[in-house]
Design a protein. Sequence first.
Length: 142
Amino acid sequence: MTHNKVMEEGTKVAIYFTLALGTGEIVESSTDQLLQFTLGDGSMAAPLEAVISQMQTGDKQQVTLQKPFGEVDEAYLQWLDKSYFDPKLPLEEGLIMAFSTPKSGEYNGTLMQIDEDQVQVDFNHPLAGQDIIFSVELVQAG
């Protein structure tokens, strides 16, 4: 018997998952530790949750998602004055840091360029613009 019931927002789930680039390079994985979260709580990207919500406990799936973290948006490339950063912090291109905003909470940004007085920070998701292979096993739901 086939069940086509869709899990709703607020459902607690436990999964093992892997995110890989189209090249097969694994960029994130929870295969050694069960990841537990609630659908709709914002901890998992909506396109990934959409796949999970269609699954039944015990199901395993692998799907290729086209740019589930969106396109690269040039508006998310920002130049910040170097004085914004702790002088004790060694700034390196490629470093991912957390940035706080008064109204919007916390965002991760990747340091892209470091000049004498300024640092260019990319606030796009690190996987923006990439197609992703999402492998997931739904261990528990409900």
